[in-house]
Design a protein around this ligand. Structure first.
Ligand SMILES: C[S@@+](CC[C@H](N)C(=O)[O-])C[C@H]1O[C@@H](n2cnc3c(N)ncnc32)[C@H](O)[C@@H]1O
Length: 442
């Protein structure tokens, strides 16, 4: 029996979905954050529930060879990264294990072999987007922050090692500008959302009041960053409710550019602040290439299509592509992109996949390729039902959450789909998160 405040010695046997070490004591599962496979550790039990306990490291009695000094000064306080305490190869093994474990335990794929995982070219500074919560400190100064793990408590930061260096620079300059010129209104600024690609930047300030004198903020950012009005955009998003959705309200252009114009894989795109766009461009391209291989000469439904870059690439080899996406701005981005690149075999539909898929999938027929790339919560039961009705033979499922992926695959396995390929991708180095590509056939 394990009790809170016990000190026990455990050996790490694997990882849970949060990247925490798993150990066993008295037949009980103990999760140990910031531990490495194989380590013998003295832990202080800080939490006990019916099914598991959580132990905090007191002393590492036998450290792993894979253990390294985390380079970030905020590591273990900030909730952004979970794996900086092990070398990169060990993080990859941990993530491959997380995917395999979900497929076996949740999906019921008992005979799954080791999961291949594709590394990211950049191990740090890879994120092209960051959403920093903003706080006023005890001295009345605005601070840029990250949240502590699983809380809304701030960790004030100067630099985030997984975020693009230009975005970090924006955060520093924004903080100076807000403290210098917005002493009365800075308390209304709630989040700083920055997206940077190819040296161009979109800065969205989430505020509960309209930002006055936006030109002052824009000029401060422009001068501090050394950018011109063709490579910098300032936008605002009015925060309407106190929930976790950061860009919930309308995003309004204040000064400079409204979209990020860039060319990726030979497609000219314009990405708006509100559209979903993959955060790691190297891994994004590797996954897209994998999906596209399955599309040649087929009718394709790209469900959960975001700003439409993957749909456009699919359209290059497919007969016809239907992109289904719920965010209006993302569908607008996708439509502009199709027009600008003269893509005539792509139809973007602004809709809820759960509502529209039954109609679209029955129209394309069973020989079509269905691409699913849903948000973390996975797909709706209605989507599974539509797939079942359609008898579509091929599905390419891209997921950023192994647990919901495995849940959905179990449902699809139960109606006759077979798992043909599983490849994990390190879209989010240093964090516990992992992207997975799965090919299913019937
Ligand atoms: C993981 S992203 C993938 C986007 C795109 N495939 C890409 O690679 O950039 C999931 C997308 O699904 C959209 N989405 C979420 N729920 C949806 C729903 N019920 N119907 C349609 N789209 C939805 C989100 O807005 C987001 O753009």
């Amino acid at each position: 029996m394990i009790n809170k405040n016990d000190e026990i010695i455990v050996t790490i046997e694997g990882y849970n979905s949060e990247g925490q070490g798993i150990a066993r004591a008295d037949g009980f599962v103990v999760f140990v954050p910031f531990s490495v496979l194989g380590e013998k550790i003295k832990v202080h039990i800080i939490k006990v529930t019916k099914s598991y306990a959580v132990g905090k490291i007191v002393q590492i009695l036998e450290p792993s060879k894979e253990r390294v000094n985390p380079p970030c000064p905020y590591f273990s306080k900030c909730g952004g990264c979970a794996l900086q305490h092990m070398n990169y190869q060990a993080t990859l093994q941990a993530k491959a294990e997380i995917v395999k474990s979900a497929l076996v335990k949740i999906g019921g794929f008992r005979d799954i072999q080791n999961v291949e995982i594709v590394p990211s070219n950049k191990k740090y500074f890879y994120r092209n987007k960051a959403s920093f919560p903003l706080f006023i400190d005890d001295n009345g100064n605005l601070q840029v922050a990250m949240f502590k793990g699983l809380t809304h408590d701030p960790v004030f930061i100067e630099n985030c090692l997984i975020t693009d260096e230009l975005i970090n620079k924006v955060a520093v300059v924004f903080k100076d500008v807000a403290n210098k010129f917005y002493s009365d209104s800075k308390k209304h600024f709630k989040y700083l959302v920055v997206r940077a690609i190819d040296g161009k930047v979109l800065v969205t300030v989430v505020s509960d009041v309209h930002i006055k004198n936006a030109k002052v903020m824009f000029d401060g950012l422009k001068n501090g960053l050394g950018l011109d009005e063709n490579s910098l955009g300032l936008l605002e998003c009015k925060k309407i409710s106190d929930n976790n959705v950061i860009l919930e309200g309308d995003v309004t252009q204040l000064c400079g550019i409204k979209y990020l114009n860039c060319k990726i894989m030979d497609i000219n795109i314009q990405i708006s602040a509100k559209s979903f766009f993959q955060v790691n461009l190297d891994i994004m391209q590797k996954i897209y290439k994998k999906v596209i291989k399955n599309a040649e000469n087929k009718l394709v439904v790209d469900a959960y299509s975001g700003a439409g870059l993957m749909s456009a690439l699919l359209a290059k080899s497919a007969k016809q592509v239907y992109g289904l996406e719920i965010v209006k701005e993302a569908t607008e981005d996708a439509n502009r992109m199709a027009k600008e690149n003269n893509i005539t075999n792509l139809v973007n539909i602004n809709c809820d996949v759960a509502e529209k898929l039954p109609e679209v999938i029955s129209m394309v027929g069973e020989n079509a390729l269905l691409v699913l790339d849903p948000p973390r919560k996975g797909v709706d039961q209605k989507v599974i039902d539509a797939i079942l009705q359609s008898q579509v033979k091929e599905i390419a499922y891209v997921s950023c959450n192994p647990a919901t992926l495995a849940r959905d695959l179990k449902l699809l396995k139960d109606v006759g789909y077979q798992l043909k390929e599983v490849v994990a991708y390190d879209m989010f180095p240093q964090t516990q998160h992992v992207e997975t590509f799965v090919k299913l056939e019937k």
